[in-house]
Design a protein around this ligand. Sequence first.
Ligand SMILES: [Zn+2]
Length: 217
Amino acid sequence: MTSPARKIAIVSLLALVAGGAFLLLTTPGRKLQFMIGGGLVNLGYRMQDHLEDFDFAHHEVTPTQVWDEMLEQNRLAAGVRQSFPRTPRHPLVAMVVCMDARLDTNELTGDTRKYYYVIRTAGSVLETKEAEMLELAVHNGVKLIVLTTHSDCAAERAAADPVQRERFPSLARAVAERGMRMRELLERPALAQRIAEGQLLVKHIDIDTMTEKMRPQ
Ligand SMILES: [Zn+2]
């Protein structure tokens, strides 16, 4: 190898090592990796988002075809996961989110790591068992509970419509009691104590369904 070529090779190698050390060892480097990872996830969303006619074409497939497709997609996804395992994390946040399919909690937080417990219910309404689960999550280390509502909620619409209210009485009652259930959650002695000690924060947000922007209440 000629001398200039050797110099270029050495400089390139040093730059590679320095770049790798920056990405792996420094906080800005790790933040950059987090952002690039998020960008790549969004690239994946973008690539899948417009596909609708090769598998789940609305109204033109049977329930069995949907099930078969779901199994196949899981087989592919589980195969990928086996090759690229992910790290289990101890969640620090518990979110209560409506089951509306337009809401994606990974997108909402910009984070695909497993720092979040997510409870999804119709209309974000807590039943006693969910309140108990949240208390257990806090006992296991959760420091932030985020209670959410969202715009254009089908459960809220049903509860506000006299005909739908008659058809889905439990749902309507649950939506009417949502605020009370949230207050009851905060009154649970174990949670109230953590809040008073500054060990637990509880936030209410409303989510813009179309942009997934969180609006603190
Ligand atoms: Zn909803």
